[in-house]
Design a protein around this ligand. Sequence first.
Ligand code: R5P
Length: 276
Amino acid sequence: MSTERSQVLATRLATALNIPVIDARWQRFPDGEIYLRAMDSAQRVIICGSILTSDDLVEILLLKDTFNQSDITLVIPYMGYARQDKQFNVGEALSARAIAKVLGTDVSRVYTINIHEKSIINYFQTNATDISLSSPIADYIKTLSLDDPLLISPDEGALHLSKDVSSLGNWEYDYLQKTRLSGEEVRIAPKTIPVKNRDIIILDDIISTGGTQATAASMLYKQGARSIHTVGIHGVLASGAYSRLTSAGIYSISCSDTIERACSAYSAASVLADHI
Ligand code: R5P
């Protein structure tokens, strides 16, 4: 059972698990409220829905209510609100906790994919597992046929991802030092990685405004990189990110189908199916 946001991934997941997809009608009341009617029922249901907007969250809540007599597995391929994972200033909401608490009730288990901060998993108050897409990312990078690529994470937080992916392809990896200046701007300290004449893959969990990857690319080109490709997991692509990355001279921009985009180049379905 899918929200409107995650129809393609839900269908791929159902195919991988050899189970049917339940048809649904999503409509709007005149005042903008969301109406849902599921066209079938089941004893065990997988609800699949990424959260980019508040409406995405409401759709999941409506689905959970519709199937309140069923055993529910909730798959949240991209969990928005996860970047406010701490109270950085007094009085702030700990958004990740607030959202996880609501989602984790009345479901038997939750799966997330490369959630922004692993510790958020503990806020779900049910069995919750975060799954890594390292393996499909490595398979995808192999299709790019690059010559001995160097995998670079733009910050220390994504280092574990580069490390895991590189071990699957026997590639070199490293990371940069990032300081966030605002929602759209970052500063990346030069690092003495020998990138001259090399094909580089910048690997990150989220491509939001593209500021991180564009800034990293500009620095790496100045240091002599031959080509730069970006691989993200969650293609949020806010504020014209795709154009920004293209203008930065990035050869290819790709993400998974946790958020369904034209540049979704690899799928989370088979890894999810294996875990479920
Ligand atoms: C932050 O810690 C994340 O891992 C990403 O680096 C960040 O969300 C990317 O944001 P943007 O594309 O806006 O630079």
